[in-house]
Ligand binder design. Sequence first.
Ligand SMILES: Cc1cc2nc3c(=O)[nH]c(=O)nc-3n(C[C@H](O)[C@H](O)[C@H](O)COP(=O)(O)OP(=O)(O)OC[C@H]3O[C@@H](n4cnc5c(N)ncnc54)[C@H](O)[C@@H]3O)c2cc1C
Length: 479
Amino acid sequence: MTEPDRRRLLQTAAALMAVVGFDAHSGQWLTAPQAGATTLPLLEGQLLFDAASRQAVATDFGRAVSRVPVAVLRPGSVADIVKMVRFCRRFGLPVAARGQGHTMYGQSQVRDGLVIEMGSLARIHAIEADRAVVDAGVVWRDLLAATVAQGLTPPVLTDYIRLSVGGTLSVGGVNGTSYRQGTQIDNVLALQVVTGEGELLSCSPTERRSLFEAVLGGLGQCAIIVRATLKLQPAPAMARDFQMVYPTLDALMADFRVLLADGRFSYIEALMPALPTGGYVHVLQGVAFYDGTPPDNAALLAGLNFIPGTFTPTDLSYFAFCDRLEGLVAGLTASGRWTLPHPWLDMFVPDAAAEAFIASVQSQLGAVDLPDLPLIVYGFKRSRLTRPLFRTPASETFFLVDVLRTTDPPAVPHAVAQNRAFYDAAVAAGGRFYPISAVPMSRTDWRRHFQPEWGRLASAKQRHDPAGILTPGPGIFGG
Ligand SMILES: Cc1cc2nc3c(=O)[nH]c(=O)nc-3n(C[C@H](O)[C@H](O)[C@H](O)COP(=O)(O)OP(=O)(O)OC[C@H]3O[C@@H](n4cnc5c(N)ncnc54)[C@H](O)[C@@H]3O)c2cc1C
């Protein structure tokens, strides 16, 4: 037996000394063997029942809601996940996977159930010229570091890259490259998943396609992703970053549409920090990736109506560009602000409603609501998107508006209620929400959100998780 194997067995034994089984009659976990009770499966990883481990996964980045699970699994293998999902399925105990816990409204939380910490399975299995095979617990930053070393990159990252592969594939995964390259879920070649029945299955566009499509952007409702085959492409060496300041929201949005149409930048987003004195600064960020010869600035800026002389382009390595939030997050962590509540809202709004929605949000919020991060707006082309559960407005061009609040704990209920009002206004205008957000949702809201794919999702749920144990946090099928 190797040292890591011996350690794992000892850890499992230690956990099992505390809890040895489950009594289906009383619904209680047992600390001593009892006739008629079911013993826990033998695991390679750890099953933890202590208060600190359970509390650590009872919250998320949003810190707006909290639900304490009864146990936490740190799997030592995919087989551990299969065994524990089967165990929970047998007793109707709810289960959810947790990547980095960076949603806003309890999406990965499970009251009185099992949370599976996917970070304990985080191996990069292979990097080839056009693909990588990774465990779902891998953090994108680690994958990027490994692929860039070989001159490769995933086509789409998120702006913050300390998020897990399984976590972002369960929601979508977008950034300023998405208008050209789609979302992260559009760039997945195959998955290995554990369904709510405890079956380990492979799926892809050509194998069990309906399961594949029910999992990508499917908020963990039908299966837990354990391994993913992700597209890779050549990585650029450098990024030239232009942060153009505009006099008004309307002027910025007009040029945003020009850039979405002609595709001259590799990456585009709008940053709108709130000023302490009132109002907002309107910045359009265009980034050109390049190798060798630097891009022609004049060609990139031709015809754009930003305020002249307000910025200097900066050059940085491609990895440094992708990792640019690291310093900001380190600063906010050091000052204690990163652990304050973040009841964020992310709404997709159709092209025709964009300015009115953004202006309305701006007029109702200000520096007190957005002290640390700007309003962020991304642009999209619907024709670049391929996955049915990633719900967006019907127009070809649409925008994602991110309201990235930081609040003190007593202000959370007001923020969540205001999010819901913004949500209602955007939905009335043909918008959809990005389901990482802090918005209270009824089952009727969820049904409307997933239309016209609700029927497909509901039948995939019925087929792959008939006991309804997986991922109750968002409340899509009740729970
Ligand atoms: C600072 C910050 C920056 C962000 N930037 C971006 C951005 O630029 N672009 C963007 O698209 N999003 C962004 N997000 C949102 C982020 O993509 C989502 O919150 C994502 O779910 C976080 O990944 P995670 O690993 O923390 O997942 P978690 O929060 O742990 O999980 C998210 C959901 O997926 C489920 N889940 C997790 N792992 C699995 C799995 N293996 N199988 C099945 N279900 C699973 C969970 O149960 C939960 O319902 C950001 C969030 C934060 C806090």
